[in-house]
Design a protein around this ligand. Structure first.
Ligand SMILES: CC(C)(COP(=O)(O)OP(=O)(O)OC[C@H]1O[C@@H](n2cnc3c(N)ncnc32)[C@H](O)[C@@H]1OP(=O)(O)O)[C@@H](O)C(=O)NCCC(=O)NCCS
Length: 132
């Protein structure tokens, strides 16, 4: 039987924060459960790279899939922006980022974005086949 918290997380809604494009290249999403904000992610994009600057889930709501939902929301948005690379600037929780497909940056990438610690590709949106 599912616990109350598992049912709450199932209802967690992730949406883009209105006005988060105020600084043209910035994006933010928040996760809400029963009207309460339980997590937030912020990123900015330059050229074809999105840089995730901040991701935080309330301590009482961690390890329930909310961080993963927030990262997925940023990656989905990145596809719409024709971004092909995502990187994360803040240290710690490398295990979490590895599970989201991020790998330690290599030297040529850190030259361009010295703050990037881990990076991954963002696959392009595959257009639907009109002949199917
Ligand atoms: C890192 C953080 C955002 C993860 O959020 P979360 O909601 O607990 O993560 P999820 O429940 O979506 O975890 C997704 C997967 O990562 C794993 N995971 C979560 N935190 C992890 C960690 N610190 N180390 C290793 N694995 C981790 C989960 O077990 C889960 O694994 P699964 O796919 O096999 O089930 C959260 O711990 C946090 O807010 N930490 C403080 C702020 C911070 O350090 N942010 C990151 C740098 S910006």
């Amino acid at each position: 039987m599912k616990t109350i918290i598992e049912r709450m997380v199932h209802r967690a809604k992730v949406h883009e924060i209105p006005g988060s494009h105020a600084a043209e290249d910035s994006i933010a999403f928040e996760a809400v459960v029963d009207g309460e904000v339980v997590g937030r992610v912020e990123a900015s994009h330059r050229e074809r790279t999105i840089v995730i600057q901040q991701l935080e889930v309330l301590p009482t709501m961690r390890r329930r899939g909310i961080g993963r939902k927030l990262v997925r929301a940023i990656l989905n948005k990145s596809q719409l922006l024709s971004v092909d690379r995502a990187c994360v600037t803040t240290g710690g929780n490398e295990g979490f980022w590895a599970l989201q497909g991020f790998r330690p940056s290599c030297d040529d990438q850190t030259d361009q974005y010295p703050q990037c610690l881990m990076t991954r590709t963002v696959p392009p949106i595959v257009p639907a086949n009109p002949f199917r």
